[in-house]
Design a protein around this ligand. Structure first.
Ligand code: HEM
Length: 151
């Protein structure tokens, strides 16, 4: 039986018209994780945990009292980061993630709190192996790159 899924364009992403959803790669992490609603659930769990668990107090203190904006931005960013629609870029331009994190002191402690919090959120949202491992590996690389202080 032929595969009914749309065939994504070859590696040249510029071939994709801008008004077409960018989440059509059948093997994207975005698709595998369950699309937009799953990404939203992971981000919500991540910030709920950060807000309630003293283990993440250091990184919670870096965020504004109202986490609504942080939730929305991380959701928009992660859709694209996982190979889905580039919503963050459409709204805010290039993420410049490291530069945007420079105002916040991030050392290994903050990196690790972020990663443990995200790991728990993925588990709570029942993200299965090997997807869990792939996502956490990617998060590690991004979070480690965000460090801007010794320690
Ligand atoms: C390494 C530990 C990290 C710490 C302590 C941290 C902390 C923060 C803080 C305090 C903000 C500002 C929140 C706000 O203005 O509402 C922020 C924004 C953001 N963070 Fe992180 N973050 C970390 C890692 C990451 C990682 C690994 C990612 C992505 C995978 C990420 C994605 C974002 C995004 C997309 C924003 C919004 C940027 C903007 O448009 O202003 N962060 N982060």
């Amino acid at each position: 039986m032929p595969d009914p899924r749309p065939v994504p364009p070859a590696s040249d992403s510029t071939a994709r018209p801008t008004d077409e959803p960018a989440d059509d790669a059948p093997d994207s992490l975005f698709r595998q994780v369950g699309g937009e609603s799953a990404v939203r659930a992971i981000v919500d769990r991540f910030y709920d945990l950060m807000d309630m668990d003293p283990d993440y107090a250091r990184i919670r203190a870096l965020h504004p009292p109202d986490l609504a904006g942080s939730r929305e931005k991380l959701f928009l960013f992660l859709c694209g980061w996982m190979g889905g629609p580039q919503r963050y870029v459409e709204r805010f331009g290039h993420p410049m993630l490291r530069a945007r994190h420079l105002p916040y002191p991030i050392a290994s402690t903050e990196r690790d709190q972020w990663l443990v919090c995200m790991g728990r959120a993925l588990l709570d949202c029942e993200v299965p192996e090997p997807l869990f491992e792939r996502l956490l590996q990617g998060f590690y690389q991004t979070a480690d790159w965000m460090r801007n202080r010794e320690g």
